[in-house]
Design a protein around this ligand. Structure first.
Ligand SMILES: Cc1ncc(COP(=O)(O)O)c(C=O)c1O
Length: 380
């Protein structure tokens, strides 16, 4: 039996996405920049994909720039804002993805910006009063706060943050890699300057994503070269990836409510079984609350001998999940996110993440194996 509970890392491709991509792979190969018929055909496919994506987000197609994924999209927004908008102060949180945190830390290290980290509440939520303080004492800041945390599932109070940013003349970037195509998003209403996407988080292909850039913000390219992506990103477009991304988004939007209900049900079922059957189990961050990212559950298991063997044992039983604590992540320090929310890093912490394909039977199997692993670890 092989069970995949690591959907926040990546998701399997949807069959409809594979079909759409294969059809384009078989029938279209022209360079979208070529002016002949072969090129015009693929250009149309890309522009149709852009229109589709823009339509779902209620923005104009010119505000969508396809990239190689979430990391590049985040880097483009950050570098562009710091280099081209004359910004010298940035605000982020200690639990951002490294694609944001390391990029900003690197700019601070080089002396290009001063970087402030906003305080968090105990559960990992952003302390909005502190954010406001930082904004007021640093007018015209660049703010980068993720919509949904990939490890502990906290959701940002988006509208409150965007209002604070607008009131204080700040530029607002949000890493929406984990929430894109999982929640409806009306970017006009959300009043944000940049959001980012990686298609492989919602059953699309790897190596493709996009950056939404609000038309009010004028930045220069991050990757220089040809005039592709309306002069915003040089390089021949990832045609098959872009087509796959748009199809994955379409599939996700068609059945978003059903999938959300199904996945939320799976997550709540796992929470209940863990609470009932594993004494002393806890949940990290906000991941067990109703108001968290419905695809992610971060479990802090009770302390046990040989805790570092926990994830390895799950893998032996065919269960794929991610570690977070020092003992389960393969790194001495463990996850920067769990550390920031003061999790007990000597306990085995495991992030289980779900998709529309996850079944209740799989959760049953997982719980049974967890119950087998525990006594075995103590006897090792
Ligand atoms: C929140 C978040 N941001 C950014 C990324 C990076 O995306 P990509 O792997 O497409 O570069 C990820 C992927 O793990 C993520 O979870």
């Amino acid at each position: 039996m092989r069970i995949y509970l690591d959907n926040a890392a990546t998701t399997p491709l949807d069959a409809e996405v594979i079909e759409e991509m294969c059809s384009v792979m078989k029938n279209n190969f022209g360079n979208p920049s070529s002016i002949h018929g072969f090129g015009r055909e693929t250009k149309v496919l890309i522009e149709n994909a852009r229109k589709k994506v823009a339509g779902f987000l209620n923005v104009s197609p010119g505000e969508i720039i396809f990239t190689s994924g979430g990391t590049e999209a985040n880097n483009t927004a950050i570098y562009g804002s710091i280099h081209d908008l004359g910004i010298t102060h940035a605000i982020t949180s200690p639990i951002e993805h490294h694609a944001v945190l390391h990029t900003l830390e690197n700019l601070a290290h080089k002396g290009k910006i001063k970087l402030s980290l906003v305080k968090l509440h105990k559960n990992g939520d952003v302390d909005l009063a502190h954010l406001e303080e930082l904004l007021k004492s640093n007018p015209r800041s660049f703010v980068s706060l993720m919509h949904a945390n990939n490890e502990i599932g906290n959701l940002l109070p988006f509208k409150e943050v965007s209002n604070l940013c607008r009131e204080n003349n700040a530029i607002f970037h949000s890493d929406t890699v984990q929430s894109m195509a999982h929640y409806p998003m009306n970017l006009q209403e959300m009043n944000v300057d940049y959001v980012t996407c990686a298609a492989h988080k919602f059953h699309g292909p790897k190596g493709v994503g996009f950056l939404y850039i609000n038309s009010n913000v004028k930045i220069k390219p991050f990757i220089h070269g040809g005039a592709q992506e309306r002069n915003m990103r040089g390089g021949t477009e990832n045609l098959y990836g872009i087509v796959g991304l748009a199809k994955a988004m379409e599939v996700a939007y068609t059945q978003m409510n059903e999938h959300q209900t199904h996945i939320r049900g799976i997550k709540n079922y796992m929470i209940t079984r863990l609470k009932d059957e594993i004494a002393g189990v806890e949940f990290n961050g906000d991941s067990a609350s109703e108001n968290s990212l419905y695809t992610v559950l971060n479990v802090c298991f009770p302390a046990t001998e040989n805790a570092e063997m926990f994830l390895f044992n799950l893998d032996i039983y065919g269960i794929a999940a991610s570690g977070g604590s020092a003992c389960s992540s393969g790194s001495n320090q463990g996850s920067h996110v769990l550390r920031a929310v003061n999790c007990d890093m000597s306990r085995p912490c495991v992030r289980f993440s779900f998709s529309k394909y996850t079944t209740k039977n799989e959760i049953d199997y997982c719980i049974e194996k967890v119950k087998t692993i525990y006594p075995a670890l103590i006897q090792l």
